[in-house]
Design a protein around this ligand. Structure first.
Ligand SMILES: NC(=O)c1ccc[n+]([C@@H]2O[C@H](COP(=O)([O-])OP(=O)(O)OC[C@H]3O[C@@H](n4cnc5c(N)ncnc54)[C@H](OP(=O)(O)O)[C@@H]3O)[C@@H](O)[C@H]2O)c1
Length: 228
């Protein structure tokens, strides 16, 4: 299967966060490939996107098939299923592809609360993913601090900065994805190891959402940084 160079694959794109990103990228005119463990669920999610974004170029496939179709593959499955999902893609991921890690290792993974995280041996979910992908596949960390409900609300911009971490050349295509979504601003998040800080911030933000009663989810903004 030949990759469409403009396509964006979103594995687990049937869930809130993945569907939100799918809607936004589709609205920006980019081809979107939704992945799921079940092809029919992916097709159903693609129909939902098409209903909300008439004319969108959106398709749905089983995760492995979706992975073959795009140069950028966003992992949108819960942290506790991330390693298993990536291991299942070993035969289909190709050198040069970019895998975006968005997972937050919330303590819900072990039956505890969403306002704290659990330790990950490798340092972060993103570094765990980097240790699992085949040689030559590039891993970038992004979007952990963006709220699903804000993404799904197509009538409003998503006011949030996105820390994009990874090698400089690998970050570039992911920075470009942020620019497709009104309100998002990509920030150079430095090396992939910084993902451990970014992932932790989401647990803090979930606590803020609860304490300040913001079910749609808050965002973050860094001030004082130069534009561009
Ligand atoms: N929700 C948010 O506001 C938010 C914000 C920031 C970051 N994130 C991160 O984004 C990712 C997705 O979040 P979400 O809220 O959209 O999650 P979710 O709705 O709980 O799950 C997303 C998808 O993961 C797949 N999945 C479930 N169990 C699985 C398993 N055992 N193996 C493989 N895939 C499985 C399901 O897709 P299929 O059943 O179709 O395979 C499901 O639709 C997470 O890593 C989360 O930490 C979420």
């Amino acid at each position: 299967m030949t990759q469409n160079p403009d396509a964006i694959a979103i594995l687990g794109g049937t869930g809130d966060q993945g569907l939100g990103l799918a809607l936004r990228f589709a609205k920006a005119g980019r081809p979107v490939v939704i992945g799921s463990r079940k092809a029919d669920r992916a097709e159903q999610a693609a129909s939902e996107v098409l209903e909300k974004v008439p004319g969108a170029d959106v398709t749905g496939f089983e995760n492995g098939e979706a992975t073959k179709r795009a140069p950028v593959v966003i992992l949108s499955v819960p942290f506790e299923h991330t390693a298993g999902t990536v291991k299942g893609l070993k035969e289909v991921l190709e050198p040069g592809q970019i895998v975006v890690s968005m997972a937050v290792p919330l303590a819900t993974a072990v039956g505890d609360g969403a306002m704290r995280t659990i330790g990950v041996w490798q340092g972060s979910a993103a570094e765990m993913v980097a240790g699992l992908v085949p040689d030559g596949v590039r891993v970038v960390s992004a979007f952990q601090n963006v709220a699903a409900h804000r993404l799904m609300d197509l009538d409003h911009p998503v006011e949030c900065d996105v820390l994009v971490s990874g090698k400089p050349k690998d970050r570039e295509p992911v920075v470009a994805l942020c620019e497709l979504i009104p309100g998002l601003r990509a920030i150079n998040g430095g090396p992939l190891g910084n993902a451990r800080i970014v992932e932790e911030m989401t647990a803090l933000m979930i606590g803020l959402n609860i304490r300040y009663k913001v079910p749609e989810g808050c965002g973050i903004r860094f001030t004082g940084l130069p534009d561009g």
